[in-house]
Ligand binder design. Structure first.
Ligand code: FES
Length: 355
């Protein structure tokens, strides 16, 4: 189960005017706990004025090899978000030598290196997990190739420029980079403007053999990921080859299911870290909130249906979810739910966070 540990900040590197990379040192006794797959994320926690804030950030450093030790360091990318309490703190106040509460890695937007052609379409800070995926794949699998299509506003606002250029220098034959800038003219021949469904449908077949791509990784703002998925589906790519991670979803957009009637009194039974309990669900609250009132160690990060940290198995009963940007269709079909988005439909609901 995901846990927080205090980790020292080894470095704070300014990437652009509005983003930094934070590097944490992982002590030897915690390296196994922080072992991560390429593409996973972790949550950072801070308590200010008596209020706890958690935010999820993707790991940009390559994943450790399965046979060796866990990671000695972990690096995450943080971009300033309008009104973002944590990102403003990260950019202005965190210094090397500070200590931060860091959750162990989680998330299923990941790739186990294997031979073949892989591709990613990313926007803005969506490059962060994909940098880890591409670097891990290229270093570990000599029979793999990677095509990165990234979009940003200008080159000055582009995160991890150097790190991506480094991949190109190290693996010129196996790494293909296409940069699309929406607010800056580029050299002749390079595309500019917004990457939407229509443009991608035309652009992708000209860039790579779409049908031979073993896995597509889409990451960035909701509009870009949705447009890219539609373009790929139009080009005949199977849903199972498309992996998505969405950053920046507008807060709350309750779906039609939110109007489904809720039982007057319902109880949630939850198993968490080997221990169980049953508690009444208060009017309107999510199952995560009910569990958290009684078990503050319940896992969560975004509370917005995006990160997947609160994933639990629905053992019995029925729930409705407000929204889900984190679970794959196969996961919901096999019975997993996001506790932060779930409300009871039946009087009794049983969740297992350990499964
Ligand atoms: S806490 Fe992020 S999806 Fe529930």
């Amino acid at each position: 189960m995901a846990r927080f540990h205090p980790l020292p900040v080894a470095a704070v590197d300014r990437l652009t005017d509005d983003s930094v990379a934070l590097t944490f040192t992982v002590p030897p006794e915690l390296r196994e706990e922080y072992r991560h797959a390429a593409g996973q994320h972790l949550a950072l926690r801070r308590t200010a004025d008596g209020q706890e804030i958690r935010r999820t950030y993707s790991i940009c450093s390559p994943a450790p090899a399965p046979a060796g030790d866990g990671p000695r360091t972990l690096r995450v990318g943080v971009r300033l978000v309008d009104g973002g309490a944590f990102s403003a703190y990260a950019l202005k106040e965190i210094n090397a030598g500070d200590e931060l509460e860091v959750m162990t890695p989680a998330g299923r937007f990941s790739l186990d290196p294997a031979p073949g052609l892989y591709a990613a379409i990313v926007g803005g800070s969506g490059i962060t997990p994909v940098l880890s995926i591409a670097a891990t794949l290229l270093a570990r699998e000599p029979e793999a190739r990677f095509c990165l299509i990234r979009s940003d506003r200008t080159s000055a606002s582009t995160m991890f420029l150097e790190e991506v250029a480094d991949l190109k220098d190290r693996w010129p034959e196996r790494f293909q980079l296409v940069t699309v800038l929406s607010r800056e003219e580029q050299q002749a021949g390079l595309p500019s403007g917004r990457l939407d469904r229509e443009r991608l449908t035309g652009l992708l077949p000209a860039l790579l053999p779409v049908e031979r791509v073993a896995g597509w990784f889409l990451c960035g703002p909701f509009g870009l990921v949705q447009g890219a998925e539609r373009a790929l589906r139009e080009l005949g790519v199977a849903r199972t080859r498309i992996h998505e991670e969405i950053f920046h979803v507008d807060p709350v957009a309750p779906t039609a299911t939110a109007t489904a009637p809720a039982p007057a009194h319902s109880t949630v039974t939850a198993r968490l870290d080997g221990r169980g309990g049953s508690w009444p669900v208060q009017d309107g609250e999510s199952l995560l909130e009910t569990v958290l009132r009684n078990r503050p160690d319940a896992p969560y990060a975004c509370k917005g249906g995006v990160c997947g940290t609160c994933r639990a198995f629905l053992v019995s009963g029925e729930v409705r979810m407000d929204r889900n940007f984190a679970l794959e269709p196969e996961e919901t079909e096999s019975g997993y739910v996001l506790a932060c988005q779930s409300h009871p439909v039946t009087e009794k609901v049983e969740l297992d966070f350990d499964r």
